[in-house]
Design a protein around this ligand. Structure first.
Ligand code: SF4
Length: 239
């Protein structure tokens, strides 16, 4: 079965979340069931970019990954769009046979049995500023679908006070999950455009505000992280 591929690139480092700094190759799938106001990968979301998404089977994807890594296995990050929309089971099994591990990030709106094969599952439900609706039962089904060998972490993007309070309430329901908070990359006030670059000064202010909030509230369970790749490369693609 073919998988819609927006881009495959790396090796680079994971720029965010619990696996931040880890060397990885990104396999970004095309298509998403959401359209968040501040999405920074619209080229992997909106149907107007569909012509750019290449249908590839698992063998072809692993061939490309092996070209990039010169056959040295490392962590493959499945991203999107929403990679949970794609048939990824065979790819994960094939990659595992070759010594790769798999991390996936999804908003938790779709659950698949093959989540049990993942080594890392980052759940990133979207806060109110995204304009999307959070379905807690679907989110919990994603947690339940993870396997015994899957580490799960929670990554929450925060754009404003409403998001912050929402995140706090949600995280309190899942004390077992490692938690990362991340300032929003783009302004939620105006819907994002493809290839839009964030204002680094604004991002810095947002990051500082979030750190101060967490410390003031003594929310010591939370790790507050920026997006490293944005600090280094802005929203440039393929790095
Ligand atoms: S879920 Fe992620 S990829 Fe999909 S629209 Fe929202 S931010 Fe973009």
């Amino acid at each position: 079965m073919n998988i819609a591929i927006s881009e495959i690139f790396g090796p680079t480092i994971q720029g965010e979340g619990a696996l931040i700094g880890r060397p990885t190759v990104f396999v970004r799938t095309g298509g998403c069931d959401f359209r968040c106001h501040w999405c920074d990968t619209l080229y992997a979301v909106e149907s107007r970019f569909k012509a750019d998404w290449i249908p590839m089977n698992a063998s072809a994807i692993m061939e490309r990954v092996n070209q990039l890594t010169a056959g040295q296995p490392l962590m493959i990050t499945l991203s999107g769009g929403n990679p949970a929309l794609q048939p990824l089971e065979k790819l994960i099994m094939m990659g595992h046979q070759q010594g790769y591990t798999f991390a996936m990030e999804t908003q938790g709106s779709k659950v698949r049995p093959w989540f049990a094969l993942l080594d890392h599952l980052t759940l990133s439900p979207k806060p109110p500023s995204s304009g999307m609706v959070f379905h807690q039962t679907r989110f919990e089904a994603c947690i339940a679908a993870a396997g015994a060998g899957t580490t799960i972490s929670l990554k929450l993007v925060i754009a404003n006070e409403v998001d912050y309070q929402w995140a706090k309430a949600l995280a309190d329901d899942y004390p077992q999950l490692p938690l990362t908070l991340q300032p929003c990359n783009l302004s939620p006030a105006t819907p994002a455009e493809p290839e839009q670059e964030p204002c680094l000064a604004q991002l810095n202010d947002q990051f500082r505000w979030l750190v101060e909030k967490v410390i003031e509230d003594r929310w010591f369970r939370a790790r507050v992280l920026p997006q490293l790749h944005v600090l280094i490369w802005n929203n440039e693609r393929g790095v």
